[in-house]
Design a binder for this molecule. Structure first.
Ligand code: FAD
Length: 307
């Protein structure tokens, strides 16, 4: 019986793994890979203590840190995927795609999320060439340029607000007539002189040569196809958390993120914690995910030692 199973090898899972090793908890860390979502990024400029690091270097540094500290206490099992999490009398059983089973007293779910992609022609071709899914990562690259935000929820408006600090203009495009974002945010952001909002419009194609040059969309009021010139397209069409394997064991929010107590990262079930982008945490960043993982480990350690 292990003390702990950590599901995920992004910043949340690896931070938790490092703390588990230092706290001498017998732990298995299960993940498809080490590094997480930003591994694909060419330059991360907000990982604290590092002015600039590529996603692959960040992943390598996670691996090096875990290797250096894991000793006999943390076993790292990669290239497998958790498919089921079950409660049993003395703890939990985790099953993987390769058919392996692991048991532990406590579980930390740190399985992250993927961004909902823009599914139109050109979106894949120009990803990282103007089409981006992270404003706080890539926003400053578009200083003085015209950019588009796709999505009319709070995330879309918050992204627009961030971009207005650098961009020449921001056009937010939303498929419905009514916004999902709260009215106060909509009103505040829309009032900015460099902000333009287009509603009831469906993006149809990302245009570009080497980099993005614009976006076409269908104006659903007039049925006309129109064009916006832009150097950057920031997609805020929602996140898809990697939480299928928890089934109905844990309380989830309406988009299937795990509900946690933000003071401790505890979930609705005693013995299960969650950290990072798979939770209903408001903000999604590497430093936040790592901090959540650390917070969870502090609480898990106390829980295990005081049972
Ligand atoms: C393109 C891009 C660039 C970004 N750039 C930045 C940036 O510059 N700065 C910044 O702060 N943030 C950035 N972010 C956001 C940041 O990457 C995330 O907030 C962060 O990675 C979340 O960490 P996490 O550990 O919660 O989950 P993730 O990073 O999503 O990691 C999840 C881990 O869980 C594993 N996993 C998933 N499902 C399973 C399963 N069923 N079984 C086993 N393992 C599983 C995965 O293999 C992975 O190891 C970026 C995001 C993207 C998409």
């Amino acid at each position: 019986m292990n003390d702990l199973i950590i599901i995920g090898g992004g910043p949340a899972g690896v931070a938790a793994g490092v703390y588990a090793a230092r706290k001498q908890l017998k732990t298995v860390l299960l993940a498809e890979e080490l590094g997480g979502q930003s591994t694909v990024s060419e330059g991360i400029e907000n990982w604290i203590g590092t002015p600039r690091i590529s996603g692959s270097e960040l992943a390598q540094s996670f691996k090096t840190h875990l290797e250096a500290l894991k000793g006999d206490m943390v076993s790292v099992e990669l290239e497998d995927r958790v498919t089921n999490l079950k409660k049993v009398t003395d703890g939990f059983v985790v099953t993987t795609r390769k058919g392996k089973e692991y048991r532990a007293k406590a579980i930390l779910v740190a399985s992250g999320a993927g961004r909902r992609k823009l599914a139109i022609p050109g979106a894949d071709t120009f990803e990282h060439k103007g089409v981006t899914y992270c404003a706080s990562c890539d926003g400053p690259l578009f200083g003085g340029m015209d950019v588009v935000v796709v999505g009319g929820g709070n995330a879309g408006f918050e992204t627009a607000a961030q971009l207005l600090a650098y961009a020449k203009s921001v056009t937010l495009i939303h498929r419905h007539k009514e916004f999902k974002a709260d009215p106060v945010t909509v009103e505040k952001v829309s009032a900015h002189p460099n902000m333009r909002v287009i509603t009831h419009a469906e993006p149809t194609e990302v245009l570009g040569d080497q980099f993005v040059t614009g976006l076409t969309y269908l104006d659903k009021d007039t049925n006309e196809t129109k064009k916006i010139d832009a150097a950057g397209i920031f997609v805020e069409a929602g996140v898809i958390p990697n939480t299928d394997f928890v089934g109905d064991l844990l309380s989830l929010d309406e988009i299937k993120r795990i509900k946690v107590d933000p003071r401790s990262q505890r979930t609705s079930i005693e013995g299960v914690w969650a950290a990072g982008d798979c939770t209903d945490e408001l903000y999604h960043q590497n430093n936040i995910a790592a901090g959540d993982g650390v917070k969870a480990l502090e609480d898990i350690y106390l829980w295990i030692k005081t049972r």
